[in-house]
Structure formats: structure tokens, C-alpha cells
Design a protein around this ligand. Structure first.
Ligand code: CP
Ligand code: NVA
Length: 335
């Protein structure tokens, strides 16, 4: 809610530590966090991965509830392993059979949940479900994928890029395929970290213009850039990282037949990967539709970092939970 947004109290020239500024906040969009906050979160994620024992009880007895309207392997299990290994506990509610807000208003749900738990994690169809819950709940609300964004995925993906390249700043990051939820969070995150991002999508499947404008405004501040093209070869040529996702996201299954031929030229195969830089990595959020948007040869090949991305979901989300729930303060130096 508005009161959860960061309101600076420190004098100009003395920005607060992200440890203070992120405590109690929501993550609905990756753009909810500042460039400084994201960089700090990623630094903490690397620390957590290198020394998990240091954070073993940092969220002792904290309760995290998860309501998922859509299927999940990675997101559910990495949030559960994250909170469990920080000393807290996860409560999973399968919401696939009835949308959130149907039995009870989101406002009333929020006013109940905030009395019992420290954080609410939501996977939804409508993005508004997440922002509305965040508006009413006093505790942090985390977007674990909506039709508009997948911010936790972007955190893990750019953590993986930092592992491989040291920094995302100045990196040529290319996303090929549907301008979907994953694409939106990636292009916003790339902008925040000063990367040069190119999206190669079929006409009518480009990312949403308002999010493109938002990402470009952020990139103008960070020295990054965002280029939207329709030609997959143009998009991939010279890229340091090539990313793709399914052509048909959850909730759009009725469009599978229509979409398949439109996305065929955007398949990431060995010929397309050969246009990228020789050191380029291949990335995918998973689950992959093998030999649809990506071939087996690329997905299982030496350039693929997809399982590092999947592992890093857990580490990045541990850092996220530590910061939002105030568990980082006594365990780390983020300056
Ligand atoms: N990448 C991702 O979010 O995977 P799941 O849908 O399995 O959670
Ligand atoms: N774009 C995909 C991502 C799954 C993790 C979907 O929304 O289904």
C-alpha cells in the first residue's frame, strides 16, 4: 500500500541503506525497487549463496503464506526451501480451482492474513489481484508471477548473469519470443542495471508499450538502453546473453495453435545461437517446451545456464525475504 512505499527521512546526500528502505515493502513489479536496492539485493543473494549457514535462523519462526492460481515447480519449491532454510515456515494454498477474491474480498483476506503471517506470496492471472492485496495488507506482498510480470525470475536471472559476467552493466542482453510477463520484468531489470537490452518479438507480440516506456525512462538514468525489433537474427547478433520463454504462457492455452507458426522463426536453435557472441550464454526461465521455442541442442548445450537460473531462484528469494522481513540487518554489510 502507499504507506509501504519508501519515504526518505534521511538528509539529502545520505541515502538510507537498502536494509532499512526495503523492510516492509511489497514486490509487485521489479520497478518497485530502485537501482540501488536491486544492486544491494543481488549482493546479498551472492552472500547468501556463498555462506547459507550465516543466515540459517535469520527469519526464525516467520510465517509465509503462498496462494497460487497457476501451476508451479520452481517458484513454489524455491520459496519454500528459502523460508525453511532461514528458520521460517511456508503455508501453501492451492488456488488453481477458484480465483482469489471469489469467496472473500481481497481486502478482507488481507486484513485476516496480516494478523497471522509475515509475508504473502501470490501467483495470479490478474496483476491487479497482487496490487490490490498489497494495497490492503500491512505485511509485504510478493508477486510470484502474474500475467504482467515475474519479478522474482528476473532477480535470479540477473544474479546468474552477474555470476557469469561479473556485472550486467553494459552487457548485451537479448530476449527472443513473446513479449510476456517474464519479458516485461527482464527488460525493466536490465534497464535498472544499465544493460543494453534487445527484445525480438513477432509483430503484435511485442512487450506492452507502457512498460517499454517505463524501462526506457529507467535506462536513460542508468546508461542502459532498450531496443524492440521483430527480426530474431537482428536481435541475437552480438548478444552476450540470449533468453527465451514459452510462446504460450499459462492462461493463453487457447491460442496455442494460432501462435505456433508465428513463433517458429523465433526458435532458439544452434543456427540462431551462432549469431550471438562466442561467449554468449543461453537462458530460459523454465519450464521449456523442448524443440518448440528452444531446441534440445541449445537447452542441453554448453552455453546453457538454465539450471543455474533455477538454483538462483532460491538464493535470490532468500535475499528478498531477508530484506522485506527485516532479517538482513544483523547478518550482513550491504554498503
Ligand atoms: N520459472 C518458473 O517460475 O517456474 P515455475 O512455473 O515452475 O514456478
Ligand atoms: N511466461 C510463462 C512463465 C512460466 C514460468 C507463463 O506465464 O506461463
Amino acid at each position: 500500500m502507499a504507506s509501504k512505499a519508501y519515504a526518505p527521512e534521511a538528509p539529502v546526500g545520505a541515502p538510507p541503506s537498502p536494509i532499512d528502505s526495503l523492510a516492509g515493502r511489497d514486490l509487485c513489479s521489479i520497478a518497485d525497487f530502485s537501482t540501488v536496492e536491486i544492486a544491494a539485493l543481488l549482493r546479498l543473494a551472492h552472500q547468501v549463496k556463498a555462506d547459507p549457514g550465516k543466515f540459517r535462523w535469520a527469519l526464525d519462526a516467520k510465517q509465509m503464506v503462498m496462494f497460487f492460481e497457476k501451476a508451479s515447480l520452481r517458484t513454489r519449491l524455491t520459496f519454500e526451501t528459502a523460508i525453511n532454510t532461514l528458520g521460517g515456515n511456508a503455508i501453501f494454498v492451492d488456488q488453481t480451482q477458484s480465483p482469489l477474491g471469489e469467496r472473500e474480498s481481497l481486502a478482507d483476506m488481507s486484513r485476516n492474513l496480516e494478523r497471522w503471517v509475515s509475508v504473502i506470496v501470490l501467483r495470479t492471472y490478474a496483476h491487479d489481484t497482487i496490487t490490490e492485496m498489497a494495497q490492503y495488507a500491512a505485511c509485504p506482498v510478493i508477486n510470484a508471477l502474474s500475467d504482467l510480470e515475474h519479478p522474482c525470475q528476473a532477480l535470479a536471472d540477473f544474479m546468474t548473469i552477474e555470476e557469469r559476467f561479473g556485472t550486467a552493466r553494459g552487457l548485451k542482453f537479448t530476449y527472443v519470443g513473446d513479449g510476456n510477463n517474464v519479458c516485461h520484468s527482464l527488460m525493466l531489470m536490465a534497464a535498472q542495471l544499465g544493460a543494453h537490452c534487445t527484445i525480438g518479438s513477432p509483430k503484435k507480440y511485442s512487450p506492452k508499450p507502457d512498460l517499454v516506456a517505463q524501462a526506457r525512462a529507467i535506462a536513460a538514468q542508468t546508461g542502459g538502453s532498450l531496443n524492440i525489433v521483430n527480426d530474431p537474427v537482428v536481435a541475437v547478433t552480438g548478444a552476450d546473453a540470449v533468453y527465451t520463454d514459452v510462446c504460450t504462457s499459462m492462461g493463453f492455452e487457447h491460442e496455442v495453435t494460432k501462435r505456433a507458426p508465428i513463433f517458429t522463426p523465433y526458435q532458439v536453435n544452434e543456427q540462431l545461437m551462432a549469431k550471438a557472441a562466442p561467449h554468449a550464454v543461453f537462458m530460459h526461465c523454465l519450464p521449456a517446451h523442448r524443440n518448440a521455442e528452444v531446441t534440445d541442442a541449445v537447452l542441453d548445450g554448453p552455453q546453457s545456464v538454465v539450471f543455474d537460473q533455477a538454483e538462483n531462484r532460491m538464493h535470490a528469494q532468500k535475499a528478498l525475504l531477508l530484506l522485506l522481513l527485516g532479517g538482513a540487518a544483523t547478518h550482513t554489510e550491504l554498503s
